[in-house]
Design a protein around this ligand. Structure first.
Ligand code: F3S
Length: 295
């Protein structure tokens, strides 16, 4: 429990903010930018899903781009925490003098599992958000037959193979994953001698912050979720909060917080995604403390 002004209590979910993979990637990228000040450096895709950190890295000298075509031949490139598909990595290698790969080791592990399954002729189903760069990258290792499933409804009609491998996006909610896997298992076992391999590839940091967010939501009467609007793991924290509370607000920074939200509230919860910097969390705490002292 954090500071207390008048009646407002503030609870911050344990594990809010940068996870291991994000800390590692940001440290690597800033060191790289600092050591190669004289080179053109491009950061392919957002290094993490947080606009403040993307801008900070740009200031340090690594320009954020979305398309390899924008890279000048012979320059340097950074691969984001979410990883890329093998063809994209190969194209970077052809074009760049040097590459810094900040892909989270847990995502790399999924790449290895997926490659192995594809090599053994498993039909791979990835459970996650098909537009998310992590899923796009994993799909690149999975072979042409791969399917991406985002909901139970989609799972009800997904094609399965005689050998099916199921993989989760690292930031998926574990309950949702189990529900979708059960539906796919039922479909697969309609086939005689069907084999299904399920991998729990949800990252531990995700599991812990999701549990901590539920704990905080239960004891609060308002929940503030802090993080980039395009951050998949922050979005899931918002959804989890919404399952338990009506008053849940998703903000990128403290400026978006409104005093009105706290009328009649005594216990404010705060949670933040894996790509949210500590400064943003601290600014939100300070703002709520100020509001709490006035209402
Ligand atoms: Fe890696 Fe898990 Fe963070 S996959 S980037 S440690 S949320």
């Amino acid at each position: 429990m954090r500071g207390r002004k008048k009646e407002m209590k503030i609870y911050v979910a344990k594990g809010s903010g940068f996870c291991f993979g994000v800390k590692r990637a940001m440290n690597m990228a800033f060191k790289y930018a600092c050591e190669n000040k004289k080179s053109d450096i491009y950061s392919l895709h957002e290094i993490i899903h947080n606009p403040i950190e993307v801008k900070r890295l740009e200031k340090a000298g690594a320009k954020h781009i979305e398309n390899i075509k924008e890279i000048k031949k012979g320059s340097r490139a950074i691969i984001s925490t979410h990883g890329v598909k093998p063809e994209e990595e190969a194209a970077l290698k052809r074009k760049c003098a040097d590459i810094l790969d900040t892909t989270c080791p847990y995502v790399k592990k999924i790449h290895r599992i997926t490659s192995r399954l594809a090599g053994e002729k498993y039909m791979i189903i990835i459970i996650g958000d098909r537009a998310h760069p992590e899923v796009v990258g994993i799909k690149g290792y999975a072979g042409a037959d791969c399917k991406v499933v985002g909901t139970v409804k989609e799972a009800e009609s997904v094609k399965t193979g005689n050998k099916t491998g199921i993989i989760a996006q690292t930031t998926l909610n574990a309950v949702k994953y189990r529900e979708i896997v059960e539906v796919i298992m039922k479909r697969a076992f309609g086939k005689r001698y069907a084999e299904v391999r399920v991998y729990n590839t949800i990252c531990d940091a995700t599991r812990k912050i999701q549990a901590a967010t539920v704990d905080v939501a239960i004891k609060s009467d308002i929940l503030i979720v802090v993080g980039g609007k395009n951050s998949a793991n922050t979005k899931r924290l918002y959804e989890l909060g919404k399952e338990r509370l009506d008053d849940v607000y998703y903000v990128e920074n403290a400026k978006e917080i409104k005093k009105d939200w706290f009328k009649g509230k005594k216990k404010a919860g705060i949670t933040a995604g894996a790509s949210t910097p500590q400064e943003s969390i601290n600014a939100v705490i300070e703002k709520i403390e100020k509001i709490g002292a006035k209402i």
